[in-house]
Design a protein around this ligand. Sequence first.
Ligand SMILES: [Fe+2]
Length: 561
Amino acid sequence: MKGGNTPGSEMRDSKMNINRRRVLQGIGVGAGALSVSGVLAAKAGNQGFTHGVASGDPLSDRVILWSRYKPEGNKSRVDNIIWQVAYDRSFGDLAASGITSTAAARDYTIKVDATGLQPGRHYFYRFEVNGQRSEVGRTKTLPKGSVDRFRIGVASCSNYPQGYFHAYDDMAKADLDLVLHLGDYLYEYAQGRYVNPIAEETLGRVVQPAAEILSLDDYRRRYALYRSDKDLRAAHAAHPWICVWDDHELTNNTWKSGAENHNEGEGVFTERMAIARKVYHEWMPIRTAAQTDQAPIYRAFQIGDLADLIMLDTRLHGRDEQFIYERDIARLGGPETFVKDHLFDPNRTILGADQENWLGAQLAASKDRGTTWQVIGQQVLMGKLVTPVVPDNVTAKMKAQLPDEYSERLDGLKPLAEAKLPLNLDAWDGYPLCRERVHAAFKQLASNPVVLAGDTHNAWAFNMRNYQGEAVGVEIGTPGISSPGLESYLPAPPKLVSELLKASSSEIHDLDTSRRGWTVVEFGPEQMTSTWRFVSTVLESQYSIAESAPLVCNAGAKQFS
Ligand SMILES: [Fe+2]
């Protein structure tokens, strides 16, 4: 569907140049601030600091710094890599520094946990070895104590062969304390699969390696390709990131013991996941547990007394297999039995018991500390999205514009809509009693839960309720950076799509089903505001931004105003 401006969501167009000026002025960073000021420029290509810099998992006294240095020849190790953290971008005033090393065994990626820093401060960082310097990155530690304002940029679903990463360019220039990436940082597919032909053929956004990624070398090469994108690199160099994977860093529709896109001839699933985990830890600025890159990635961060950020893994850690209507309803005894005995099986989980218990403990500890907001950063929509009833004449018009495969899917929606079944079983809607337990925890253990989600490529805002109809918290779904949304397989006027979804799904507060972009979420002691920043195109080199009217949730309300 070509989604769009929802009622009450006034869109304001602002040209990129105006935008850029305003944001740069706002944060006091000139266009050259992140370029190299050293004697030797960082080399692109196959030798030297090949893939920029990044930082992540900030705490109040430390932050992970990342880069990659490829030595000349076949050396398997690089020693004496100097890292520096400074208060100023000319590195006249150092805050921390040290020496580290890297090796072929970790794809020459460099990761340092820079400690001894002060809370809530900007820092600049760089690496140096063999007379070569990396680019300069800027990062920020988390604040401590009383915090008046904290701004998070939320991203998900950046698919290289589907268009430009303009949204990352816009994020790089924005005034943010932190970037959260909720997964689908990259996609595993072969050339020609899940691409936009214009992006692939005309813009040259062709993936490497050419085949679907399976081996250690494949996964590494795919990260290297994505990190060659200038906009993605700029966003990494400008802000600290906290990241979790969704399925495509692993493979499509993963669950704890398998995946839709792991098939005969593709090796042992657990071995592929071990590779995907290892390479994620090599290339992403995530704090890697001592001795292992195979540990769970759910983790929590304190943003002073303002917010606790609780990052979940709803994808791999404990997730039971997704149901698929076409496959499972008949196999599992027809619609009623399927829903009652299988979909609503109390043992069914998207988290796993250990992670669910951990989440409850995090919520309780946050409330005990008197923290205002409990921010749950995770992959898939938690809000209830019920299959919409699409009038027959609309279905007929959409079918005329779609390939047969999608046309059949449209026919399949009708009985689901009549039975008020969820639209997407790969989200929390496919694990309803696990969600209900989490909602109970929100109600009993948390003060102000705010769930952040990616995965759908579209923009959503939900007022979540439990099955008793009580408000339990809000959810914001961030649009994809470049991956196509509902408009690509439900071509109908945006206003109509919005009305149909709102009619079927009473928890929807606002939505946009047709545009790419990212989300700014700003937390204060009294309220949280969420604003979508939509890019005008992912297929042309110039773009503009349309900013949505902010959605506001007051502390204590557990729903949008
Ligand atoms: Fe995605």
